[in-house]
Design a protein around this ligand. Sequence first.
Ligand SMILES: [Ca+2]
Length: 277
Amino acid sequence: MNRIATAWSRLALLVLCSAAPLPALAIFQNGGFETNAYTAWTLGGGTNPGLAGAPPFNSASVQITPGAAGPASIVGPGSTDPLAPTIQLPRVGQFTAKLNDEGGGALVTTLRQTDTVSQADIDPADGLPHIRFAFAPVLDDPNHSPAEQPYFYVVVKNLADNSVLFEQFAYSGQANVQFLQGAGSWKYLEFQNVDAVLPASALGQQVELTVIASDCSLGGHGGYVYVDGFGSAQVPPDNSGGPQGAPHAVPALGPAGLGLLGVLLALTALSMRRWHA
Ligand SMILES: [Ca+2]
């Protein structure tokens, strides 16, 4: 009887072990905000005491004084932005997240989600995991000192060692970012597609994505950022009916003015070097 029982448990174990693994889900739940809510995301924030140090700013520059979270909303079909009239809303699908708002108060809004990088996040084109999304910052430009300006920041950290895998930063009016002129003193960028290539070692690791949108630190000027399409797949073309997949949202990427993406790629390369040295 014992031998039969053992045989049965071995068979059961064999069946269990040979069962096909569950297909891994691509990174980030509700990455497109299509629940018309911040389901699966954590909103937070506080107030902005000003950035630490001098440009170029990075994760060490970001300071948040604990307090109530800044505003956040979701924009839906038919939305327009009078401060940034050429932004196409919503960006992907029916809904797009809007972190922070037009008002001042030195408020900071943070958006965060932790997830595990899986095989489903590997792009067959290069065999590496990717995190992709689209963002469009709309920031008042009161011409304060750089550390006092409204800003946008996004970072992907590996939670195992808190290393920065990817980061992007821009403050309002930053000279090497090709901001468009919005209404009044507002500046903005049309949606930019971001493709963050993670190292192969990120596979199986927990990563934390954080997006921050901050007012100016002096309290009088607002700033916000639209974000959408978080995941590992290519961000689909927008709803503008324009050329499909054309990088029309990215301001001129000439070698003399690489602008935001050039700076950010350099920042990324720097952080990779720093953390993988
Ligand atoms: Ca969406």
